[in-house]
Design a protein around this ligand. Structure first.
Ligand code: LLP
Length: 422
């Protein structure tokens, strides 16, 4: 469910005509819908109504300050993976005690910064990281609240590059070693064990791996309590998938996901933590791009657009499918033909869609690449010295540019010629 729809023959973001926006802002650009962001957050939150739940939106999915502020106002906490993300969350007004810090490679200086801010918890991913956190916390006179991320060795049945809960993945501590590490943690200065954490992967469209993982989490939390640890929260991670491709991937409804969580947490008297990213942001964003040229190759047709792999890398990196809609509705009635939608970047992997049946787009037509609100702008780069594209946020009939396109002067001014080349 999202708020991008045709009105009077033109695709709108809420009440804003995307044709008009494109003329104002220039293409390509990302466009986010506040109503959609809000709706997704609320559907997730509603599924846990009545429970002591803290939803920590996973900042990595879309870290624009305006997105964070929108979610923060709804009551969201944040899951961060770097000092930069923590600074963003704080700048967007998120209370430190609603922030958790994940990631296998937190540096000591990041730890010290997070301790100074007073975050809710660190998700610990290894023995070595735990020892470092203990040293940093003790040296600064802090107490670090932690959960250990347990790796359950479960296949989340998603793309290999976004699976995190299998034994061979770099994440978490093996299930069989977790209890011993908790015992170690309890004896370390500056460390308070408070919870247990798991995150098995992203774009998961099947409840079964969640159910299996959460049953192990429950078992682990029980054992840890038997061992004398105060387990106040269970962090179920993120990972709930979204329907990128109509009927092809049908993710579980948050209500059903919640049933699985509630079953795993029954009678435990724990706080429930979550780190959803994609489920909140993906459908709330689109990438709007303009067709530059069409071209017929020896055996394929190419629709060349002004957005490229540096703006949206998901198709080439994860073989991801994003629906493509024409901004002008009438185009939808035209007979379709099969084409590759490609960008100007000088790589064969530069495509937004391959072998796609699309209406005949012509030069100058606008297309919307759907479900691009998560892992879109955040993964973009300036490859080929292409400026980062603007991000625009809509709320009803209003819109604001929430990250402007940098000028070429600004881009070049970031670099320096060393003395010997002058
Ligand atoms: N928690 C942790 C510890 C994570 O590593 C992640 C995502 C999340 C939560 C949020 O997961 P979500 O609810 O969004 O599935 N760039 C890839 C996705 C990478 C996910 C990384 N970790 C993509 O575009 O598909």
């Amino acid at each position: 469910m999202h708020h991008f729809a045709y009105r009077q023959g033109v695709l709108h973001a809420e009440d804003v005509n995307l044709n008009a926006m494109a003329s104002q802002v220039g293409t390509p650009f990302y466009c986010y819908s506040t109503a959609t962001l809000t709706r997704h957050y609320e559907v997730f939150a509603q599924a846990f109504a009545g429970a002591d739940a803290l939803i920590c939106y996973s900042v990595k999915a879309n870290s624009n300050l305006a997105v964070l502020k929108t979610l923060g106002r709804l009551g969201s906490g944040m899951d961060v993976v770097s000092e930069g993300e923590l600074r963003r969350a704080r700048a967007a007004g998120i209370a430190a005690d609603r922030i958790v810090f994940s990631g296998v490679g937190k540096t000591r200086s990041e730890m010290a910064f997070a301790l100074g801010e007073g975050i809710y918890a660190f998700n610990i991913e290894s023995e070595a990281e735990l020892a470092a956190l203990s040293e940093v916390a003790a040296a600064g006179g802090h107490e670090a609240r932690i959960a250990i991320r347990v790796n359950p060795d479960i296949d989340p049945r998603t793309h290999a590059k976004i699976s995190t809960g299998k034994a061979e993945d770099k994440f978490g501590v093996p299930y069989g070693r977790a209890r011993a590490l908790y015992a170690q943690a309890a004896a370390l200065p500056g460390i308070r064990t408070r919870g247990v954490h798991m995150h098995i992967g992203s774009q998961i469209t099947d409840l079964k791996p969640f159910g299996d993982a959460f049953a192990l989490l429950r078992e682990m939390a029980g054992k840890l309590r038997e061992d004398g640890h105060a387990i106040e929260f269970i962090n179920f991670g993120g990972g709930l998938g979204v329907p990128y491709r109509g009927d092809n991937d049908v993710p579980p409804h948050p209500e059903d996901y919640a049933k699985t969580v509630r079953a795993a947490a029954r009678d435990m008297n724990v706080r429930l933590l979550f780190e959803p990213g994609r489920m909140i942001a993906a459908n709330a964003g689109i990438l709007v791009t303009r067709v530059l040229y069409t071209k017929t190759g020896a055996n394929r047709t190419f629709t060349i657009v002004d957005a490229a792999m540096n703006d949206l890398i998901r198709p080439t990196l994860y073989e991801a499918w994003h629906e493509i809609w024409p901004v002008r509705e009438a185009l939808r009635d035209e007979s379709s033909r099969t084409t590759d939608v490609v960008g100007p970047v000088c790589e064969t992997g530069d495509y937004l869609a391959l072998d796609r049946a699309l209406p005949a787009f012509h030069e100058g037509d606008l297309m919307a690449v759907m479900t691009a609100g998560a892992y879109g702008a955040v993964l973009s780069s300036t490859y080929n010295t292409r400026p980062l594209i603007p991000e625009v946020m809509v709320a009803g009939g209003d819109y604001g540019v929430i990250r402007p396109r940098p000028s070429y002067e600004e881009m070049l001014a970031r670099e320096r010629i060393p003395e010997w080349l002058k």
